[in-house]
Design a binder for this molecule. Sequence first.
Ligand code: FA5
Length: 344
Amino acid sequence: MKEQLMAIQEEALEAIKSVEDQKTLQEVKVGFLGKKGSLTAVLRGMGKLSPEERPVVGELANQVRAAITEALEEKSAQLEQEALNQKLEAETIDVTLPGRPVEMGGKHLLTRIIEDIEDLFIGMGFEVREGPEVETDYFNFEALNLPKNHPARDMQDTFYITNELLLRTHTSPVQARTMREYKGEKPVKMICPGKVYRRDTDDATHSHQFTQIEGLYVDRNVRMSDLKGVLDTFAKSMFGEDRQIRLRPSFFPFTEPSVEMDISCKMCGGEGCSVCKQSGWIEILGAGMVHPKVLEMAGYDPAIYSGFAFGMGPDRIAMLKYGISDIRHFYTNDKRFLTQYHQA
Ligand code: FA5
């Protein structure tokens, strides 16, 4: 039996030595030490030994089991280390490879135009204010001399949320909000940029969502010539001396008299094209002297105070300045378009 045990040990150590993976190692373990393994089979026959032989063979059997177990553990650790080394080698990172360039974002062209216009008006003493995009019917219309059912409401087809709440159709409600805040007691000189919404059909120069910048100057003795001076300064600084500007009489219920300002079309140089609808001009703003009723509703005495207001469209201004043929480019997020206007 001793010889048998020694033979099993030798056979097991030999088998373990040649194993190359954990699965085979497990099979070898079961083959020698498992319930039906060869060592276990020998041990089962120990009952037949004499009482003197039993402890001697028993001790030897334990030594053989220990030797095989130790060899199995060593082999397992060795295989594990080899697998780890292989994995590390396969996953080696070459730190000397050049990195992938990170793309830098930039300001949207409309943001830049709005910031330029803000700077210009801040330079003329205007403060920059904000107002809500979800507006009440009162501020968007009524406070601007557009009572319910007034036909001029159709000039700005509206997205209503409820009967009293809507998406503002222009930035003019901020006129009324600011005058209210100033309580009819001090002059107002502000601009307000922001998004506005209209149920307009999208085309080259119309978008259902676009931007406006409102301007309001209320003080004693503000005259139409002040409005003309400010608009002229704005247009020259935005478009340069060589572009033509014209003011046309117009109508807004919240200004009297009212005008619209057009700039000669850059796309066709005034000849007429699809962008300017063959007219040679593109309208960029509406303006006028604040209607006495609007002043009164906001708490300003029209016998003491007068004012001018304007509302311009930065989208159209950007189109005219940079010769962009379609307003929809601003809102369709094509990087090929947007990145052309990123500043270094
Ligand atoms: C107004 O919205 C008036 N609130 C402007 C105003 C303010 C007049 C203060 C008097 C005093 P209008 O609807 O014309 O007016 O729009 C003003 C400017 O917004 C237009 O000149 C144009 O540049 C721009 N605009 C109007 N509709 C669109 C549109 N659908 N898409 C892009 N720009 C537009």
